[in-house]
Design a protein around this ligand. Structure first.
Ligand code: TA6
Length: 314
């Protein structure tokens, strides 16, 4: 008798934190903590983990969880008045018991809506009212789809401005055998050189030292190729013009208390973001930012990969 797929399961995770497991029929799954509204696992049909979470991650509020997909809102970076990357990843989100029906273009039943609104505490530092609806879904092919809808619910007539990122930590077999396609020749802000603006070289991006770059006006598709594993992650985004690429490498990794000294070898952050040009919403206005990530086999010999072909074929 075929086992009925349990598409959405609520349970307790690390340290008893509330967790939700999404499963889809082909065997893909993902795990989401209400704390931070943060995805901490995305596994393929073989049960292989596709995201990186540090072995030293704190699953203890108020620290953020190192890894998975932290939500950076209402501020990306430490360039504003709030803590680095804003407060959304350090707050308890609520599960919407009756999410509105999925758009007709998807038959997925493995989806949830998480909700975050302004707390009294937060309005001291960020004096605005908002509703943030985060939809997380596993598509029929196991794609991990995230849609953020942020609405200005101010009753004082005031607009607000924010920056945003899905701070996705991809698991990679060996960072020195990873290429990123789709960002060549683009302008970027180098966060290691005080956000100095430069232009990326013409070849695929590879890694042999610390990288912390915000690419601006990027294409909707970016490919992250794990050569060792013959796996390509394809990141598609909408409403998120920028892409942050980060690996701390060895020296910086040692300064990060919730990251193992050698764990930098197995992670790469490629983050669909709105950083260079902040978003401003008037009361009642809503912004939507989507990302969809998939993991596909990439049988190629390094150097023979045609970025245009990879991006067009997926
Ligand atoms: O996304 C890149 C970055 O801004 C890096 O500069 C580094 O600070 C990283 O985020 C991690 O930030 P976190 O606050 O999670 O330690």
């Amino acid at each position: 008798m075929s086992r009925e797929t349990v598409y959405v399961q609520q349970c307790k995770g690390v340290n008893g934190l509330d967790k939700i497991i999404l499963r889809e029929v082909r065997g893909f799954s993902c795990e989401v903590y209400l704390y931070g509204g943060q995805i901490t696992s995305w596994k393929n049909e073989l049960g292989e983990e596709l995201l990186f979470v540090s072995g030293k991650a704190n699953f203890k509020p108020p620290k953020s969880i190192r890894g998975g997909i932290p939500i950076c809102f209402p501020q990306f970076s430490n360039m504003g008045s709030l803590e680095q990357h804003g407060f959304a990843r350090n707050r308890l989100w609520t599960l919407d018991p009756n999410p509105p029906p999925f758009p007709t273009n998807s038959t997925s039943r493995a989806f949830i809506d998480l909700i975050l609104t302004n707390s009294e505490e937060d309005t001291k530092n960020w004096p605005h009212r908002f509703e943030f609806r985060l939809r997380i879904a596993l598509g029929p092919g196991g794609d991990l789809m995230m849609t953020s809808r942020i609405r200005n619910t101010n009753t004082d007539g005031k607009s607000f401005t924010f920056t945003f990122a899905y701070h996705t930590y991809f698991y990679v077999t060996d960072i020195s055998e990873v290429r990123v396609e789709g960002l060549e020749t683009l302008d970027y802000l180098d966060n290691l050189k005080n956000r100095e603006r430069s232009t990326e070289q013409g070849d695929a991006i590879t890694f042999e030292s610390e990288v912390d770059k915000t690419y601006v006006s990027t294409p909707t598709k970016i490919a992250i190729i794990d050569h060792e594993r013959k796996r390509t992650f394809v990141l598609r985004k909408d409403g998120l013009p920028d892409a942050v690429v980060w690996n701390p490498w060895d020296k910086k990794a040692k300064t990060i208390s919730d990251l193992g000294d050698d764990e930098y070898k197995h992670m790469l952050c490629v983050e669909a973001a709105c950083v260079e040009k902040a978003i401003t919403l008037k009361p009642g206005e809503e912004w939507k930012g989507r990302q969809e990530i998939s993991a596909v086999p990439s049988s190629y010999c390094s150097g023979q990969l045609d970025p245009r072909k990879v991006l067009l074929n997926h």
